[in-house]
Write a protein that binds this ligand. Structure first.
Ligand SMILES: C[S@@+](CC[C@H](N)C(=O)[O-])C[C@H]1O[C@@H](n2cnc3c(N)ncnc32)[C@H](O)[C@@H]1O
Length: 216
């Protein structure tokens, strides 16, 4: 790794705190912030964590749902075993993935997936949005009514369409940037609460939603 990256990392308070607390990624602090702010987890909840390697988010989710909860972690990269977390090696977007997830619905679907970075902003933005679409398609097949969907996306022109789409099937949608997210990074998080599946009463199209809001 380049020397400058290593020395910046050593000075990064979130990296140091992650090391101190035995967390696998500094990204764990982003999920703690999102949960503290939006109350994503409750004891006993079932969580699907997409793009989970190396496992920082899964550890946070496991601790917050407690021993009666369940966390399923999905990534094409291997994940070192984590007590209380079931790992599924696979790629979101692959039709076969659903079979490995089991039949029980999830209360929370998370996606911290990142595309392979090309360095061309428009390309990386479009790939990141496409990953969110794939995650959302999976969430629609696995979330229980009332559940939540949280996804990272690289900000840009296509995010407004994504927000509109989320607003159609969730009661409330927020966009936010956790303090642990590096300032120069274009990543933001979309948090969609209160899933309303197609056809459910109060479902998409009903105008009772507080709609989308933003703190950035
Ligand atoms: C920033 S890392 C996730 C970090 C993780 N949240 C943590 O706290 O340890 C992004 C992950 O997204 C995964 N990813 C990218 N495309 C994916 C896909 N189609 N399906 C599942 N995971 C994917 C990558 O393999 C990578 O491990």
């Amino acid at each position: 790794m380049p020397r400058r990256f290593l020395s910046e990392r050593r000075r990064d308070p979130y990296y140091r705190a992650a090391q101190r607390e035995g967390l696998r990624s500094r990204a764990a602090f982003k999920l703690m912030y999102l949960d503290d702010r939006f109350r994503l987890f409750r004891p006993g909840a079932r969580v699907l964590d997409l793009g989970a390697a190396p496992g920082g988010w899964s550890m946070v989710a496991r601790d917050r749902v407690g021993p009666r909860g369940e966390v399923v972690a999905v990534d094409p990269r291997p994940i070192e075993p984590i007590d209380g977390v079931r790992s599924v090696r696979g790629k979101v977007g692959d039709p076969g993935l659903l079979r490995g997830l089991g039949d029980a619905p999830f209360d929370v679907v998370l996606s911290d997936m990142s595309p392979r970075i090309s360095g061309a902003y428009a390309t990386d933005h479009a790939r990141s949005v496409s990953l969110v679409h794939d995650a959302l398609a999976l969430a629609r097949r696995t979330l229980r009514p009332g559940g939540s969907f949280t996804a990272k996306v690289f900000d840009g022109d296509l995010v407004d369409d994504l927000l509109r789409e989320l607003t159609r099937t969730f009661a409330a949608v927020r966009r936010t940037k956790p303090p642990a997210s590096r300032e120069p990074s274009s990543e933001i998080y979309l948090v969609a609460l209160g899933y309303r599946p197609e056809g459910a009463s109060g479902g998409p199209g009903r105008k009772t939603s507080p709609g989308s809001a933003s703190d950035i």
